[in-house]
Design a protein around this ligand. Structure first.
Ligand code: ASP
Length: 323
């Protein structure tokens, strides 16, 4: 018969064996090469990634939850105009900014997401409100905007999201023949965070403006649970970035978790295998993954991915594929 002291001793041992907290972030993948970024832009991107890592790392180091950490991290990147999420989101074909976000809690597999939203300053906070304060998982467009107002979330006018560089990218796209309107490289900067907290729980968050020139209410993978975002304490937490159409078809985030949970693969093997599948279909992009075992990995098939990681051992950020 199990006695109370024995249980206490066992759980003490389990806590001692936990791998410690870990945070991995991305700020988008694509044709990111040294000659395309000025030294100033390179610095601004790295500073933005470092600020975001700091926000999440402070929470995790103080014993906070993975869920709070990924939300806080994503908010910093959403407010930074260098990234395609929140402020600095790409434009739709009509010249508006329509934002998508999703968040998932690995403890319970609770999830929340919103697509096509136009007025919430931090879309990731709306995704979290959908998860925690509505009976639903996924809200869209006017309804999601309305829910955001009803929940008293911070609202922002269209000018808050608008940036000259994203407008220039839309104009560049519109100047092309219409057959070339689908350009996954005119959008760097979707943001994502995955975290493991000291209690062994994982969470994932992803936020984006989608693709430049998107039309017809197009929705990418980022807000789709199982495609661009997934978290399950039995396996891993994943956030993806890239050509969303391919990530949806492969079910990337869930597939990585399934390979780890059912197939017993390492995080790196699972992420690489699933990114290879995306590549075989013709898709480009990348993923970040953490596991309750303490693994934290990147996998991408583009020349670069804005990315960073933090743990009790330190912090690092990187931009190009060879770093
Ligand atoms: N995956 C996003 C989308 O397809 C874009 C990106 O990650 O850059 O909407």
């Amino acid at each position: 018969m199990m006695t109370t002291p024995a249980i206490a001793a066992d759980s003490q041992t389990a806590a001692d064996q936990r791998p410690g907290w870990r945070l991995v972030i991305h700020g988008g993948a694509g044709v990111i090469e040294r000659h395309r970024l000025t030294p100033d832009k390179d610095r601004e991107i790295r500073d933005g990634l470092e600020r975001a890592l700091a926000a999440g790392a402070d929470i995790l180091a103080a014993g906070g939850s993975a869920l709070d950490a990924v939300e806080a991290t994503a908010k910093v990147l959403e407010d930074d105009p260098n990234f395609n999420a929140g402020r600095g989101a790409v434009y739709t074909y009509q010249g508006t900014n329509e934002l998508d976000a999703a968040i998932m809690d690995g403890r319970t597999r609770a999830a929340g997401a919103a697509t096509g939203i136009t007025a919430t300053r931090n879309p990731i906070t709306l995704a979290r409100a959908v998860m925690e304060r509505s009976p639903h998982v996924f809200l869209s467009r006017e309804g999601a905007d309305q829910f955001s107002r009803e929940q008293d979330l911070d609202q922002a006018p269209p000018e808050w999201f608008a940036t000259p560089e994203r407008l220039r990218q839309l104009e560049e796209l519109r100047a092309r023949p219409s057959a070339e309107y689908f350009d996954v490289d005119l959008k760097y900067g979707t943001v994502g965070a995955v975290a493991l907290d000291v209690n062994g729980h994982v969470a994932a968050a992803t936020s984006t403006g989608g693709l430049t020139g998107k039309r017809w209410g197009r929705i990418g993978d980022s807000p789709i649970i199982g495609a661009g975002t997934y978290a399950d304490d039995r396996a891993c937490a994943v956030s993806a970035t890239g050509a969303g159409e391919y990530f949806i078809r492969v079910g990337v985030a869930h597939e990585i978790c399934a390979r780890i949970r059912i197939g017993g693969e390492s995080a790196q093997a699972a992420a690489d295998a699933v990114m290879a599948e995306v590549g075989e279909l013709g898709g480009t992009g990348g993923v970040i993954v953490v596991t309750p075992r303490g693994e934290g990995v990147y996998s991408f098939n583009t020349p670069g991915m804005y990315r960073g990681e933090a743990s009790a051992a330190g912090r690092s950020v990187a931009v190009y594929g060879d770093e």
